[in-house]
Write a protein that binds this ligand. Structure first.
Ligand code: AMP
Length: 138
């Protein structure tokens, strides 16, 4: 389904494009959650991670790694998150596959926190969850 990113790809709306090839485009996230925050976007209208072909997934991550190195060189962040949201409940707001490259600085105001549920997860739970994923792979 066409999205705001489709319009950027078609140059119908402006963006600060930093990289482009046949399969992907990368441009600055308009929010600039931190300095250099960049999106790596599939040119095809794939909504989320579930729809990526092996070829496209591999290419997106190759480009992301290359851009992460460029961001590291350009801004010398203290760290960098590679993030991808799938589904509204996971924080996805644009339903067109993209990776966030989010450079991190010591004094930034990003909040990303996972609660550790290790204490409420039994060995049987781990085994069952791992087995369900392994079974679904085959
Ligand atoms: P997500 O919430 O993971 O779907 O991320 C969507 C991202 O797209 C947000 O961080 C937005 O700031 C960003 N965004 C939305 N519209 C534009 C735009 N026109 N140009 C650049 N980034 C955009």
């Amino acid at each position: 389904m066409p999205s705001v990113f489709t319009k950027i790809i078609a140059r119908e709306i402006p963006a600060h494009v930093v990289y482009e090839d046949d399969l992907v485009i990368a441009f600055l996230d308009i929010s600039q959650a931190t300095k250099g925050h960049t999106l790596v976007v599939s040119k095809s209208e794939v909504e989320n991670v579930y729809g990526l072909s092996d070829e496209l997934a591999g290419h997106l991550f190759r480009v992301a790694a290359r851009l992460a190195r460029a961001i590291q060189k350009a801004f010398s962040p203290a760290g960098l998150n590679v993030l991808n949201n799938n589904g509204a409940v996971a924080g996805q707001t644009v339903f067109h596959f993209h990776l966030h490259l989010l450079p991190r600085y010591e004094d930034d105001d990003v909040t990303l926190a996972f609660v550790n549920h290790m204490d409420d997860t039994g060995q049987e739970d781990y085994k069952e969850r791992a087995n369900l994923i392994k079974a679904a792979l085959s």
